[in-house]
Every structure is written in C-alpha cells, then in structure tokens.
Design a protein around this ligand. Sequence first.
Ligand SMILES: Cc1cc2nc3c(=O)[nH]c(=O)nc-3n(C[C@H](O)[C@H](O)[C@H](O)COP(=O)(O)O)c2cc1C
Length: 187
Amino acid sequence: MRRYAKRDFPTNKTRRHLEPGPIVLISSAWKGETNIMTLGWHMMLGFTPALVATYIWDANHSYQMVRRSKECVINVPEAHLLDTAIRIGNCTGGEIDKFAEFGLTADPAEKVAAPLIRECYANFECRLHDARLIRGHGIFVWEVVKAHVAASPKNPRTCHYRGDGEFMLGGDAVKRRRLFTPGMLAD
Ligand SMILES: Cc1cc2nc3c(=O)[nH]c(=O)nc-3n(C[C@H](O)[C@H](O)[C@H](O)COP(=O)(O)O)c2cc1C
C-alpha cells in the first residue's frame, strides 16, 4: 500500500482539500477505543480559524465517540482506498475494531487523541468548535487545529459520492484564475 511523506500544512488552507466534497474517513478515540466512519456530508465554514461542519447520524457509533471526546480527525482517502471506505461505512465500530479489520494504521496525532489514518493522503486534526447544532441536526462544527498533507500527488484522486452506490473520482485540475475578481482569489 502507498506510503505518503507528509509535511505540515497551513490549517487556513484546509478548504483546498475539502471544498470539492470528497468522501472522508472520520477517526475518533474515546476511553481507549478507536473507530472510523465514512462521511460524505461536510462543508467548510471559515478560513481562520479553519472551520468544517460534518453531519453525523446519531445512530452511528462514531456519534457518541466524537460527542464525548469533542475531537476527531478528518482523513482524506484516495481512490485506491475506495472499496475500503465503502466497507468502513457499512459496518459499525460498536462490533468490530475497524483499524484491525481493514488493515489501516493508526498514527498518533499531535493535538488530539483521535488517531491519524496513515494510508490517507491528508489528515486534519479537529476540536469541537460549536455544539449548538448537534442535538437538532447532527451537525458538528469543528476547528482544524493541525493539518498533515502529502507533498505528492499534487492532484489527489479523491472519491466523490453521488448516491446510489455511485462515485466520481477526482484528479484532473484546470486553472481559471482569469475569471475571478482579485478579492475572490484571497486564498
Ligand atoms: C460513501 C458513504 C458516505 C457516508 N456519508 C455519511 C455521512 O455523511 N454522515 C453519516 O452520519 N453517515 C455517513 N455514512 C454512513 C456511515 O459511514 C455508517 O453508518 C457507518 O457504519 C458508521 O460507523 P460507526 O457505527 O462505526 O460509527 C456514509 C457511508 C458511506 C459508504
């Protein structure tokens, strides 16, 4: 399996990897247990601090783990992990150890207890920033407090869920700077 050499990445540029809506793997830790869930519903909410909102269904085992620990890591997989990501999203950590079951490596994070998934090309360590929408909507607003992103590939082949078991794969990059007003290119 591919090993990434990752380097520190500015947290206020988190959106460069999350805004296009790739599916992500949310890793968590609580009372000596770790877990992973697959998640497609997320959005950026701010540059500085870098805020990301995720929708997490309250029936998921991860829901209780992140609600109690108030931390998680948002890990971004590439296409070679697509089948694994789907399987992770079709079973529950209440019954199995997903790191062991799916052969993934839990690396220690720097600022949170939740582990980084080594096999993902990017890892965003998050602390809960706003809990107000959890109860009514299952929306956790996170602050990215540390980011690790692989230096290569430059255009990662991310997986984008279209529903009904169908995915789009990213990779091609196109430049359209000339169509932007300068203020819209701030970051
Ligand atoms: C492609 C894909 C996208 C998913 N997106 C979400 C999501 O945005 N929010 C959510 O709560 N569950 C989502 N799920 C479902 C969870 O990953 C699934 O319920 C998982 O089994 C939860 O694991 P856990 O019980 O160990 O927390 C998705 C699953 C897949 C396969």
